[in-house]
Design a binder for this molecule. Sequence first.
Ligand SMILES: Cc1ncc(COP(=O)(O)O)c(C=O)c1O
Length: 398
Amino acid sequence: MKIEDCIADFQIPQYLHYMDNAATSLIPQQVIASMNEYDQQYRANVGRGMHRLTRVATQRYQDAHDSISGFIGGKEGVTVFTKNTTEAINIVAAGLDWQPGDKVVTTIVEHHSNLLPWLRLRQKGIEVTIINPGHDGIFDIETFDKAITANTRLVAVSHVSNVLGTIQPIRKIAALCKERGAYFLVDAAQSVPHFPVNAQQIGCDFLCFSGHKMLGPTGTGVLWMRDTVYAVISPLILGGGTVDDVTTEGYTLTDGYRQFEGGTPNISGAIGLAQAVKYLENFGTDSICRHEQKLTERLLAGLAEINNVTIYGPKSLKDRIDVVSFTIDGIHPHEIAYLLDEKAAILVRSGDHCCIPLMRYLGLENGTVRASLYLYNTLEEIDLLIETIDETARMVQA
Ligand SMILES: Cc1ncc(COP(=O)(O)O)c(C=O)c1O
């Protein structure tokens, strides 16, 4: 099937131009059907019984873990289902046995979800170093080289910025971390949905991402941990499903992902997420990425032609994905987003994108407008976006 034909699987793109995918993507009918099938035909709790429904549900829930770990080249690690990227990062921040004198290195580009959990560690006496990127939000590896010192316990970096679309040099950062004995956490919320990501090849210790940004249901996310590392993380939540044995004196945690998924999990969400991965694999993340690059190229070229418009982030396609932030002189980003919806049914996001420190760093008090694309967006939609922005910019100038 051609990528363009995928639109038939989604309802919203039939009547709206949805370009807010960095926040949450749309969901194809195959994913909805897989969740309905669970609820209607084999709904039962998982891992807790012998009857026929629980056996089917447990198998599908296990299969979901396997297909997601296969998707990210993470078979040799532990794939934990969480409710989103935020929870995944918090599990690591709360679960590591921090020692006085430990240091965390992170960046000013991070989403609040990959910043606040580290900032809070300052209360425990952990040093947190926040480094700044160079031009267009790209980090020079030298900056990491200087910041990652002998006492650095963990480095936390987003693979792709949710504001600038910048792809960071994470393999080089991983090599530095390995050399200096620091753990490396990658916030892959904006990369896993858009291009092939292989946790093993990156060389990171933790990879966090959200199912709802990659055609999956809301309330789904993933924390992948390297198998040699996950034992250092103590689970955030204990209870049903997390233990092998319990006495009145104590308990023994079970192996693998189950110790991090206390209580009844989001079973239909996991099944839906596995279906979303299958859907993405049918097209191939390589092809999806190429499709998105065409859209980005057209959008960047079109915006560059409009007076009064400033584009943020790298111009070169090799350094970025299809998350495009811009402003128009003399008009508030929220007003632009409102007008795009009113005039042309184009849905984009505006504001600080949960990156207040980055906005301050860029001197953008009101934030930006952000168009973020996905496989169901088309070149015709990009042309409509450019045309409507052009009209809006002219209206301000007049
Ligand atoms: C780079 C990045 N990290 C983390 C998050 C948080 O994701 P969630 O809200 O699914 O936890 C987002 C959401 O936009 C993001 O873009």
